[in-house]
Design a protein around this ligand. Structure first.
Ligand code: S3P
Length: 445
């Protein structure tokens, strides 16, 4: 249900010939980080293209509560006047991270090595998600915590006034955990090191460099080793937020499965730690053409042309999971229209996202006449090539923006309309989703 507890249903009906240029909003991961790093830097950080979704706005409020000055110009430029490394103050109230695991986990990292306590809460989805994966490495710095069973929110983090630097090997592929440890290490004396056996999105490392931190990255037999020297003076900078590839994925798949479609998307991220979906869709027979490869705001980007395509099932390797972890719900919609089975391997992390995304997609796909099967770490969708996806059902979004958008896209090409019980969570990452999709010709109401 929505934050106001009033569900907002959304129905998608059969559409054709999606056409036009999709202007995708700013990247959620980069937006959170731009606010957090700006708040830890000395001077004024100027951010253009910030995603103004609820998740990011919650992080902006948290940075204010910790003592940074955060303002928005009329033209949508954001300015953050930071407090310097180690300069946060104890907030007067509970930090509410809403629906955002990224905001919550990164902010926990930043405050963990400050000498005060902070209480965190969130919506029903966030309060059900595991925080032990953050609390365990933070305890190595000397941070303590008191929360609900399983380390779940609401919880209070008791920061340490005498942090020690840490070397930590990630037990799961998680950019959130990696980033929380690096952020905690910023305010610990000495060198903090994270070893990631599988590469995850690298926005924290890229941005730390941009803000002047001394960070070194080495490929080792154990994986990528990222080390930073603690207590640097971070200096403010200008951040241009690239467009979010995870949001672009929805119009991309909509165009692939909707007859007669041809859309283009300007400046889509080609960061190799984020572009696994594009490789997968091309392997499935998707007609995707990238042109004008360039760099914007420190990230590789390109323009993308997408045409309706006949897709076939593929086996998606486990080692690609981290580079498309948020795209499996919409990939499973593409898979529903493909010929044969699409097997997604090594996707156990989907079970601890905003919802259990394997369970949510299975339930919604099955209700709409698509066969699936799963194990704890794999998900298989049997495509409906030729006969069409029946549709006609109402699905439960489980407070998960990506589940809501995925089923809205399914309904555009299904034989009968598909209804999402509550589309309000879409505002967390893609507030203009409906306007953008309808502008391309989608029937959403
Ligand atoms: C994110 C990392 C991913 C992703 C999330 C954003 C980030 O989570 O699912 O939407 O910005 O660091 P994990 O790193 O936990 O897989």
């Amino acid at each position: 249900m929505s934050a106001s507890n009033t569900p907002v249903p959304l129905t998608a009906g059969k559409s054709q010939n999606l056409r036009g240029v999709a202007v995708i909003p700013g990247d959620k991961s980069v937006s959170h980080r731009a606010l957090i790093f700006g708040a830890m830097a000395v001077g004024e950080t100027v951010i253009t293209g910030l995603l103004e979704g609820e998740d990011v706005l919650d992080t902006a409020r948290a940075m204010k509560a910790l003592g940074a000055k955060v303002t928005r110009d009329e033209d949508g430029t954001w300015r953050v006047n930071g407090v310097g490394t180690g300069g946060f103050r104890e907030p007067d109230h509970v930090i509410d991270c809403g629906n955002s695991g990224t905001g919550c986990r990164l902010i926990m990292g930043t405050v963990a090595t400050h000498p005060f306590s902070v209480t965190f809460t969130g919506d029903a989805s966030l309060c059900s998600r595991p925080m032990g994966r953050i609390l365990d490495p933070l305890s190595l710095f000397g941070t303590r915590s008191e929360g609900r069973s399983g380390g779940r929110l609401p919880l209070t983090l008791i920061g340490t006034d005498n942090p020690v630097p840490v070397t930590y090997k990630l037990p799961m592929a998680s950019a959130q955990v990696k980033s929380a440890v690096l952020l905690a290490g910023l305010n610990a004396p000495g060198v903090t090191t994270v070893i990631e056996p599988e590469a995850t999105r690298d926005h924290t490392e890229r941005m730390l460099r941009g803000f002047g931190a001394a960070i070194e990255i080495h490929e080792t037999d154990e994986g990528r080793e990222i080390s930073l020297e603690g207590q640097p003076e971070l200096t403010s900078c200008a951040v241009t937020v690239p467009r979010d590839p995870s949001s672009a994925a929805f119009p991309v798949v909509a165009a692939l499965i909707t007859k007669g479609s041809e859309i283009s998307i300007a400046g889509v991220s080609r960061n190799p730690t984020r572009d696994g979906l594009y490789h997968t869709l091309i392997e499935m027979g998707g007609d995707l053409t990238f042109t004008n490869e360039r760099e914007e705001g420190g990230e590789p980007v390109a323009d993308l042309l997408v045409r309706h395509s006949a897709l076939h099932g593929v086996s998606v390797p486990a080692d690609r999971a981290a580079s498309m972890i948020d795209e499996y719900p919409i990939l499973s919609v593409a898979a529903a229209f493909a010929e044969g089975d699409t097997v997604m391997n090594g996707v156990g992390e989907l079970r601890v996202k905003e919802s259990d995304r394997i369970a949510a997609m299975e339930a919604g796909l099955n209700a709409n006449g698509v066969k699936t099967s799963s194990t704890p770490c794999t998900f298989t969708v049997t495509g409906h090539n030729g006969s069409g996806v029946p549709g006609g059902a109402s699905v439960v979004a489980h407070l998960d923006h990506r589940i809501a958008m995925s089923f809205a896209v399914l309904g555009l090409a299904a034989l009968r309309p598909v209804t999402v019980d509550d589309a309000s969570p879409i505002a967390t990452s893609f507030p203009d989703f409906q306007t953008l999709m309808c502008g391309l010709g989608a029937r959403l109401s």
